[in-house]
Design a protein around this ligand. Sequence first.
Ligand code: FBP
Length: 552
Amino acid sequence: MDVSPLQKARYEYNPKLPGMLRNGIADICVSEGEATQSVADQDKIKALFPNTYGKKEITFAKGTNTSAAKKQVVGVILSGGQAPGGHNVISGLYDALKATDKSNVLLGFKGGPSGLIDDDYIEFTDSFINEYRNTGGFDIIGSGRTKLETEEQFKIVTEVAKKHGLTAIVIIGGDDSNTNAAVLAEYMAAHNTGVQVIGCPKTIDGDLKNEDIEASFGFDTATKTYSGLIGNIERDANSAKKYWHFIKVMGRSASHVALECALETQPNICLIGEEVAAKKMSLAQITNYIADSVEKRAANGDHFGVAIIPEGIVEFVPEFSALIAEINELLAGKKTEEFNALPSWDEKYAFIKKGLSADAMAVFDILPQGIQQQLFLERDPHGNVQVSLIESEKLFAEMVGTELEKRKAAGTFKGKFGTQHHFFGYEGRCAFPSNFDADYCYSLGYNAFMLIQYGYTGYLSKVSNISKPAEQWVAGGMPITKMMNIERRNGEDKPVIRKALVELDGKPFKYFEAHREQWAVETCFTYPGAIQYFGPSEVCDLTTRTLALEKG
Ligand code: FBP
């Protein structure tokens, strides 16, 4: 395989482990903390997870390893969207497993959870793993979004596990995948299969975090990649002085990515979905907010700017999310086929008009036709609108353009408004992991094996104190049930890991809020540049601004 010089150099990078895991496997002991309770709905969660609920938090320490000697055959899957560092989770897991006993085996099930159902796997070897160390992507075994949730699926997984003699399964995924990990762990325990299940917190969206999990992996690299690109665009905007750039960034259900990029680059505008929802802002209010900045800047002679739009924004605007909910109803069951079979947009439009309420139709009608059509694209396997396919960056650019035309006619706006659009999402999900993500992911994987070796199940691999140098990181595990509550999903009450949204009273948002008025009018851009992998620690080992602000 041909490899780039950087890839070759990254193979040599030695990821840093938390101090307590550094002395070798024989010197890692475990200390159990308090019994845990779920964050809400304790009785219901306890009833649903009788075998795995209420277990103790655990922390590893330097000391004699007292785990039982046992041959381990571990299966691992990557689940959901790609996030930089997934390969390092697997290499950390592999290294701990082999360091414990050379005859231990690690199997990688391909293409996400479906690999476990289809029994599609490879056995990892040194030479194979070595080709993926410190690289981005999930191509080592692929990923997928199949949901593991039915009894029938669990029976098949049990058969596959029995066939290979699996002692444990590691699920590397986001909140939905780790919810599935908890359900699978409970099933395996209830059926006395002897198979342990451990999760690892992944998602570039940054919404799998809580008082125990300080950050999901991939957020650091993805936001640094987007911020580098946004900084470049800011510099271009400030050089050419003729465009407003509307930049959509990934982040489906939370605006952590947009907020972090704003903290890194100080753009003129950054929308935060959680604030839009809290203030019940309408499309017109958001449009006016951006148009005001354009107008004020134009009055200073600055006919350029940068606006960051989180991809999930449309679901936070109350009138828009109501529209989406009605569209979901309209397309329920066989109606999707009926809708898709209509040959022209006019006929589709008539179908929509007949099915939507007058309020929803009023919102629908102010949208550009391209966006109207994007709202009818296929849903993902979890029933979510694929917000990455909705060009909200164009939506807001067009709506602001229309508003400024009105202001021009009224004589209040005398400037120029040329726009460019960008979407940064897939660019960041498979970047070479930053040193932080390389270290964090390797530690999560190494630590996941220690949880297996010590016999735990239904736990999330937990590495904390991560705003400090790796030497001071704390390795351990937290029962997944502790992070769960009951939520309404597809008309049913379901136990799920609570998603972390941007906290409007949290330090990162407060910092942004305190500065944004100035950023909206003046040019305060900052240029983070590309991720640096080699060089001084203060440049190469930086954590995100979000983490730094949250941890003081
Ligand atoms: P995960 O929650 O699985 O980590 O994925 C998040 C994400 O990257 C979102 O930011 C984005 O909306 C979505 O994946 C895109 O999904 P797909 O890869 O299926 O297009």
